[in-house]
Write a new protein. Structure first.
Length: 773
């Protein structure tokens, strides 16, 4: 509302002032002029000083405000003289020269603008424009203002202040021309143009004023004063527009060449107008015409050069910009790819690749008293988890576990990375790295004992951790990781949630394992493998009940490699599958041979790995072998050892059921040592339970072992299963087992595993077991 009233009043004041100018009314003009100048000064101050953020441009605002303010003061003094003192202001020194102060301030403001604008202009272009404009102006002034009259020049020169004002006007005018026409890198915002238009009107009016003042008759409050008012008003409008403009579009870079085309026209109009004016109005002064045309020609030739170089400069700049942009994009892409390369997709931790780079750097810059300890962590059962819960849940679990490990690693100044599908590595550096790594390992085991909740499942994870230390265990980076891995495998072999530090002994074991693995891959079964048989006897009288076939490997016919050294490797490498069929076939063959020789058939048990049981055609192939050698299925026994896999695999359960249908006897091996023996007893379709040697060893001394055996025997009996005790080494053990009503026994006390020939000699032919005892 207030704003509306203000604008209405202001408009009315302007209209009234215009009326005063048109009617040359001194009273109203002298009264309203200071009022308007005051408002203008305030607007200029507000827009160009108060709201100006760029400090150098604030100076421009201050100068413009002072120009307007000094004019306002002069207007007041003028008014006082005419309306109150009734004296002639044109005879007063202050009023005569006071107005020139505005020119000086205007010049200072222009200087600030020049200083700023030149940064955005092409300097050579601006200079050429300035020269041609100045020449044209000088000629026009000489011809039209001074009428080629030295006297008029001298008259003006005598009045020093007027002369300074005029020179300032010329300079400002020339500059405005250059500003408006010369090539700029940046398009000026709209309010700049209004400001320049105001300044232009001011200096042109000033020219005319001086001309009228000196050579004609100046009348106060005539159109000249109106023109001054218009000039100042435009500056005030510019100030208001500047505040209103949300953002100065200084970043609007326009094409230089395009700008030049439109501006060239401006320059041409101006400089072409000069010779035309001379030709039309001062026809007799042909030499000035020639002078202007020559200047124009030279200007054009030079401009041609600068334009070309400008164009090239522009092209170069564009090219540079493109190259820079391209470089930036390449850099961004490279950073992205490197990041992808360096991080693990599932866990978000650093990748193995990045870890190795970091490890290498850390080793390189390791201080003399520092160590590097490397933890190799593997999640057990990750395949079973994937199988039981699905890939998504397994990945989420992995992510959760990785977060826990990350927290622990960070807390202990370790560097962690994902090192495989279900493995992590942590590097710890420092003088106390060894102790720190053990602490970290224990912390990890402790924390991972808690349940992880993923997709509504509470999942317990178990880990195996191997630690190796630089320089204690090795001086080589690859070996450092390898040793930690080896230690981890040792830890895994010992059971779940175990930590193992690397040692030379472990290294040797692994070395040996590696050697065996290589040999195993090359071995010809018939040449180096042989089956030994260990008799099984009835507990009550020691008479023969059957045999267990046990594999023996004599490398090159002599070097004995124990089954426990190569069977796990055969399982890991998958060689157990063909080897298993070889064992079954040879055991069946032996059964047939003994039957042929003696007319008796003895039960033969073979050890079968869970890796074999998952083979889809296992039962078919077994059946075929049994048929081939005419083996009674109930006299062929398959010994299976409890493993996680058997519990979780639906395939294995299926296979066991099929075996049962086939009539093959099933024995559960090493019973009582695994963690879910009772599960087996209840769920597997077993015929015989083989109580592990570990329990038999203590049957006389340890009441718990005895109690367990007793319990197993009674449960088995309830289920209709037979029980056989393994590893019986003493008479006392045998007697004890007799008392516990065990069905059968097997052990060194009766016989060690021996070749088929020895069995024939010592057992089958004589069949005098009791006498031997
Ligand atoms: P296992 O199935 O528990 O076999 C019994 C092991 O105990 C045999 O060792 C046997 O020689 C030994 N043993 C029997 N009675 C006594 C005793 O009174 N005292 C002592 N100290 N040991 C006794 P072996 O032959 O070295 O076999 C070790 C393991 O290797 C076996 O344990 C079995 O898991 C595996 N294995 C052996 N032969 C085969 C095979 O043909 N196939 C498969 N898959 N595994 C086999
Ligand atoms: Ca066995």
């Amino acid at each position: 509302m207030k704003k509306k009233i203000f604008i209405t009043v202001l408009t009315l004041v302007y209209l009234l002032y215009s009326y005063a100018i048109i009617t040359n009314n001194n009273m109203i003009g002298d009264l309203l002029s200071p009022v308007l100048m005051f408002i203008i000064t305030c607007a200029i101050f507000y827009g160009f000083v108060k709201k100006q953020e760029i400090s150098i441009l604030k100076w421009l605002g201050v100068m413009l405000t002072l120009a307007s303010f000094s004019w306002f003061l002069c207007d007041i003094w003028w008014g006082i003289q005419t309306l109150i003192l009734h004296t002639n202001p044109e005879e007063n020194f202050i009023t005569v020269y006071g107005y020139s102060l505005s020119n000086i301030f205007m010049f200072l403001a222009t200087s600030v603008a020049v200083h700023e604008d030149l940064k955005k202009m092409n300097k050579i272009q601006a200079m050429l424009d300035a020269i041609i404009v100045s020449i044209s102006m000088a000629v026009l002034l000489w011809l039209f203002v001074f009428d080629q009259n030295n006297g008029k020049v001298i008259l003006l020169l005598n009045d020093k202040i007027s002369m300074v004002s005029l020179i300032i006007d010329v300079v400002i005018y020339a500059w405005i021309n250059v500003w408006a026409f010369s090539t700029r890198m940046i398009k000026p915002p709209f309010h700049h143009r209004i400001l320049v238009a105001g300044t232009l009107i001011f200096v042109v009016t000033d020219f005319i004023y001086y001309y009228i003042y000196y050579y004609l008759d100046y009348k106060a409050n005539s159109w000249i004063d109106g023109a001054y008012m218009v000039a100042f008003s435009l500056m005030a409008i510019s100030a208001i527009l500047k505040v209103k403009a949300k953002k100065e579009k200084l970043d609007l870079i326009i094409s230089q060449t395009k700008n030049r085309v439109s501006c060239k026209l401006g320059v041409e109009i101006f400089i072409l107008a000069s010779p035309i004016l001379v030709l039309v109005f001062k026809r007799s002064e042909i030499e000035y015409f020639v002078l202007l045309v020559t200047a124009l020609l030279i200007y054009y030739i030079l401009i041609n050069f600068t334009q070309k170089s400008l164009f090239q400069e522009k092209l170069l700049e564009l090219e540079k910009k493109n190259v820079l942009e391209l470089e930036k994009k390449v850099k961004e892409r490279t950073a992205e790819i490197t990041k992808l390369h360096n991080t693990d997709f599932v866990t978000g931790l650093y990748s193995r690749r990045y870890f190795e780079v970091r490890l290498s750097k850390s080793l390189k810059y390791l201080k003399q008293d520092e160590l590097i300890s490397l933890l190799y962590i593997e999640l057990n059962k990750s395949k079973s988890i994937k199988y039981l819960y699905g890939k998504d849940t397994a990945e989420k679990l992995l992510k959760n576990v990785s977060e826990v490990l990350y927290q622990i690693a960070i807390k202990n100044d370790g560097f962690i990375a994902t090192y495989g599908d279900d493995a992590f590595a942590i590097m710890i550096k420092g003088c106390e790295a060894e102790a720190a790594s053990e602490k970290v390992a224990m912390e990890i085991i402790d924390r991972c004992n808690e349940l992880f909740f993923v997709d509504n499942h509470g999942i317990r994870v178990t880990l195996s951790i191997g630690i190796s230390c630089y320089p204690r265990d090795t001086l080589d980076q690859n070996n450092l990781v390898k040793n930690a891995d080896i230690a981890m495998m040792q830890a895994r072999d010992k059971g779940f949630n175990r930590v193992q530090s690397y040692s030379d002994k472990i290294g040797k074991i692994t070395d040996n394992r590696h050697k065996i693995e290589v040999k195993l891959k090359k071995v010809v079964f018939d040449k180096e493998f042989v089956l030994y048989y260990q008799p099984q006897v009835y507990c009550k009288d020691g008479t023969l009940s059957g045999f267990e076939a046990l594999i023996r490997w004599f490398e090159d016919g002599t070097n004995f490699i124990p089954p426990l050294d190569f069977i796990p490797l055969a399982e890991e490498t998958g060689i157990i599958v063909p080897l298993g069929y070889w064992i079954i076939e040879n055991a069946a063959k032996q059964y047939a041979l003994w039957k042929e020789k003696t007319g008796h058939d003895y039960r033969i048990a073979v050890n079968v790995s869970s890796k074999q049981l998952v083979e889809v055609d296992f039962v078919d192939r077994l059946e075929a072998i049994l048929k081939k050698y005419d083996v009674k299925p109930e006299l062929f026994e398959v010994e299976i050892t409890e493993t996680q896999q058997i519990e979780n695999s639906i395939n294995i359960q299926e296979t066991l059921n099929e075996l049962k249908r086939l009539g093959v006897s099933i024995a559960i091996d090493d019973f009582g040592t695994g963690y879910s023996s009772l599960y087996y007893l209840k769920n597997l379709p077993a015929d015989r339970i083989k109580i592990a040697k570990e329990l038999i060893d203590n049957v006389e001394s340890d009441i718990y072992s005895k109690a367990i055996i007793q319990m197993v025997i009674s449960v088995a009996k309830m289920k209709g299963n037979k029980v056989i005790a393994e590893g019986v080494e003493t008479k006392e053990q045998w007697e004890c087992l007799q008392k516990l009503d065990c069905d059968e026994i097997q052990g060194y006390y009766f016989a060690k595993p021996m070749p088929a020939g020895d069995i024939e000699e010592k057992w089958i032919k004589k069949e005098k077991v009791i006498e031997k005892v």
